[in-house]
Structure formats: C-alpha cells, structure tokens
Design a protein around this ligand. Structure first.
Ligand SMILES: NC(=O)c1ccc[n+]([C@@H]2O[C@H](COP(=O)([O-])OP(=O)(O)OC[C@H]3O[C@@H](n4cnc5c(N)ncnc54)[C@H](O)[C@@H]3O)[C@@H](O)[C@H]2O)c1
Length: 329
C-alpha cells in the first residue's frame, strides 16, 4: 500500500525558477509528489529543475515530473491537471504561482499591457483554481488516513495586493484581484473540503525583482540594484530582501501541511510593509508619514541620514516642520 505521504500530490505553476522552484523543492523534500510546470518555451529549465530536485532528494526520483503549459490557457491548465493526476495520483494541492511583473506609470499603460498582465496573473490563477477544484471534487472526499485532511489550493498574491506600489498599478491590481478571487473561491469550495488561500510575498530576490529593479531604476533615476535595496530597507519591517526559501517555508511548509487545515480565504503576508513608496516615488520632497522620532531612528539604523535623492534627512524634516509652524498657510 502506498504510504500516506506518497499520496500527496502537488502542481506548482511557474516553478522552473524563483519562488515556485523553492516551493517545489520544499514539497518534494517533505514527501509530496510534485509536478514542475512552466511555459513551453522554458522546457529546458523545467527539465533542469526536475534533475536538480531529484539530485538533491534521490528518494523523490519517481515522484517529480515536468509538464509545460501556459497557465493563461484554460485548456492547457485542464490538460496539466489531468496529466498530473494520471501520472502521479490524485491531486491534493494546487499552487497557482506563475506570474509576471510590469513597471509602467498608469498614464502610459495600454490595453495590451493590461491584457498581458491579467492573462497570467488573474486568468492564469483562476484557470488553476477552477481546474484543480473540479479535479479534487471528482476524486471524492480527501483521505485523512492518507495524510490529507482537506484538499488545498493556493495562489500567488503579493504585498501589493493590500496596497499598490506606484508605477506598478496594473500588476498591483492583478494581485488585488487574486486576493478577492481567493476569498470568493474559499467560500464556494468549503463544502467540498477544499481550502483556498493566497500568499503575499514582500520583496523576494528573484529574476522578477531584478526586472522590477531595472524598471524602477529607469523611471526614478537609480542605478542597478539600488531600487531593490531601497525598497527592501525602507519598506520591509524585517529590513532585508527576502529569499525564495522564506516564501517556501510559508507555502510549502505551513500552508501545504496539515497545520493549516483550518485556514481558508486568507492572503498571508511575508515581510510586513512599514512605509508607503509614494513618499519616494511620487513626492521625493515629502516626509514619510510617520512619527518623526521613529523616522529618525529608522533613518539612522539604515544609514540614510543624508539622502537628498530619497527623502528629507531629519535635519531637513525638522527645518521644514519649524518653517511650517512659523508661517502657517
Ligand atoms: N519576487 C517577488 O518579490 C514577488 C513578490 C510578490 C509576489 N510575487 C509573485 O510570486 C510568483 C513567483 O514570482 P518569482 O519572483 O519567482 O518570479 P520569476 O519571474 O522568477 O518566476 C516566475 C515563473 O513563472 C513562469 N511563467 C510566467 N508566465 C507563465 C505562464 N503563462 N504559464 C506558466 N508559467 C509562467 C516564468 O517562466 C517563471 O519561470 C509570481 O506570481 C509573482 O508575481 C513575487
């Protein structure tokens, strides 16, 4: 008889690299059978990921496979789900991780820009949620004796699904939509013993943020790497850029485990945001809207005392505040 652990099967979309790959590795290590998915043009990266995971975890040799599919196509996703369950066994976990970024001020956004982002980030997640739920329902009740208390569906939202980043308005809206869809899906799927949650990474050092760093740098006049550092230092409470493995701990660890069986409809943050980027991006001369004492301390601890290009130094801040008090409008 198959062991309880061997009967847990997951698909991770967009897992040929980055966060998806780290999640897939974590799942394989924890005993899941895993399908590595990515776009068809990434076939070689899919194969390399399968090889890398099975090299690291020899016991996973027969339970990791790669299937290319573009998640923006509902037909391709239906086929991905069908093939995975035929080859690896009943689907117990779907992780709709694939996503693309876009850095563009809203006034420059075209119809095509919107279509492109929504096709992957929203339609792609919806296609995965729907096809996985249909498959899970067709399998009958989950088997607690086989280590599956509920079926689980997870989607990639983002820190911007709660508050957007300027110049990433359409990306932010697409992730905001994932958060709404996740709640709605959780409500409709509860009676089928399927939980639906999303994860909301902060700033993760992957190819995606390398592209975002380039885009923001071009728009806001910073050199390569500086936007990543600035945004991580200034806006993330834990004060560092996160790694794909940090997200894998939440997603492949907690949300994929039985510890989260009674969690549904949630969008879980990684790296709580401290400040609003508009203070930097849109209004470089505007003080960050927090108590000055906290601001000064934060500046000092992060080495931004003299940051004319970023925001006022404490001295500038006090001088402006005094000037305002002396000559009210
Ligand atoms: N990196 C971050 O800081 C961050 C923050 C918040 C949310 N996220 C989200 O996490 C997810 C993973 O991000 P990442 O940083 O690993 O990005 P990444 O660009 O490094 O990897 C994304 C993967 O998805 C694949 N993909 C793109 N379109 C696809 C499609 N149509 N079908 C199948 N696969 C497709 C890409 O080929 C790539 O391998 C994304 O949804 C992203 O929006 C990332």
């Amino acid at each position: 008889m198959a062991s309880s652990v061997a009967r847990r099967t997951a698909i991770v979309t967009g897992s040929a690299r980055g966060i998806g790959k780290a999640i897939a590795l974590r799942l394989a290590r924890d005993g899941y059978s895993v399908c590595i998915n990515d776009i068809p043009s990434s076939q070689s990266a899919i194969d390399a990921t399968v090889s890398e995971i099975t090299a690291q975890i020899p016991a996973a040799k027969d339970r990791v496979l790669g299937i290319p599919a573009d998640v923006s196509s509902s037909g391709a996703v239906a086929s991905l789900v069908k093939r995975t369950s035929e080859k690896l066994g009943p689907l117990t976990l779907m992780i709709a991780n694939a996503g693309i970024s876009q850095v563009k001020p809203l006034l420059n956004v075209t119809d095509d820009d919107i279509k492109k982002v929504m096709a992957v980030n929203f339609n792609g997640v919806f296609n995965c949620y729907k096809a996985a739920a249909a498959q899970m329902i067709s399998q009958g009740d989950p088997q607690p004796t086989a280590g599956v208390g509920v079926y689980k569906i997870l989607g990639a939202a983002s820190i911007v699904s709660h508050k957007p980043f300027p110049s990433m308005g359409i990306y932010s809206a697409s992730k905001w939509a994932v958060r709404g869809l996740t709640q709605a899906m959780a409500m409709e799927m509860a009676r089928h013993k399927i939980t639906v949650n999303a994860y909301a990474p902060g700033i993760v050092d992957t190819n995606m943020w390398e592209a975002i760093d380039g885009g923001l740098g071009e728009l806001e006049g910073r050199k390569k790497g500086d936007s990543l550092k600035l945004y991580s230092d200034r806006f993330i409470a834990l004060g560092r850029t996160s790694r794909a493995e940090d997200v894998a701990g939440l997603v492949g660890g907690f949300l994929a485990s039985r510890d989260s069986d009674y969690v549904t409809g949630q969008t879980m943050d990684k790296g709580v945001r401290l400040y609003d980027p508009w203070a930097v991006a849109g209004r470089a001369d505007t003080p960050i809207p927090v108590q000055p004492v906290a601001t000064h301390r934060h500046y000092k601890s992060r080495g931004y005392q003299d940051s004319a290009t970023l925001s006022p130094s404490p001295a500038q801040y006090s001088a402006r505040k005094n000037a305002r008090q002396q000559s009210p409008p």
